[in-house]
Design a protein around this ligand. Structure first.
Ligand code: ITT
Length: 191
């Protein structure tokens, strides 16, 4: 059985990634906290590849990484790849986002998730990307999930990500889409 290092330090993302990966014939291990990778890429995919590749090389094992974020139309795609670096805590990030948007009528936004799997030598073996469209509310709703979930409303389901049952978020979210495309490919290289 191959070992797969899950290269994330974000507990919310890690929980979701582990749920997508359970049931696979891989021995999942967490990245050591001390191993931090600087996100110098200019796209979600560049940063996902960077994190997977550097963690794989440092540990000499297969690694999987996710780079994701929220792109808000009226803010020219911000916070985008800087979603984690926007402010220090989830509540401060939400507060800043709502302040920047003010009473702007255009609330369209999308979550994007890039996932990459690297071989033990650091080369990228697999990658995929998923998106989910929604709208930014004027105030938070719901307590599930993490990050910007309480202000990300999905009109089709009339709920924010933070109001959804985890199973529904997993199915329709940016991360869900990216993992649905990636899982059959991961299965094809297990062993
Ligand atoms: P790692 O790089 O260690 O995995 P990180 O939090 O720095 O952790 P990213 O650079 O990919 O990860 O930043 C993603 C940020 O985007 C994350 O901190 C959240 O604020 C936001 N985000 C991503 N997916 C989300 C989701 O499903 N729900 C809510 N917010 C999300």
């Amino acid at each position: 059985m191959k070992t797969l290092i899950v290269a994330s330090g974000n507990p919310g993302k890690l929980r979701e990634m582990q749920e997508y990966l359970t049931g696979l014939d891989w021995d999942l291990q967490l990245k050591p906290k001390a191993l931090e990778i600087e996100e110098t890429g200019e796209t979600f995919m560049a940063n996902a590849c960077l994190k997977a590749s550097q963690v794989a090389q440092a540990m000499g094992k297969w690694a999987i990484a996710d780079d994701s974020g929220l792109a808000v139309n009226a803010l020219g795609g911000a916070p985008g790849i800087y979603s984690a670096r926007y402010e220090k805590t989830d509540s401060e990030r939400i507060e800043r986002l709502l302040k920047e948007l003010g009473d702007t009528a255009n609330r369209q936004a999308q979550f994007v998730c890039a996932v990459a799997v690297a071989c033990p030598d650091g080369s990228i073996a697999l990658h995929s990307e998923g998106t989910c469209r929604g709208e930014i509310l004027n105030s938070p709703r719901g307590t599930s999930g993490f990050g910007y979930d309480p202000v990300f409303y999905v009109p089709q389901w009339q709920q924010t990500f933070a109001q959804m049952q985890p199973e529904l978020k997993h199915k329709i979210s940016h991360r869900g889409q990216a993992f649905q495309a990636l899982l059959p490919q991961i299965r094809s290289i297990e062993g």
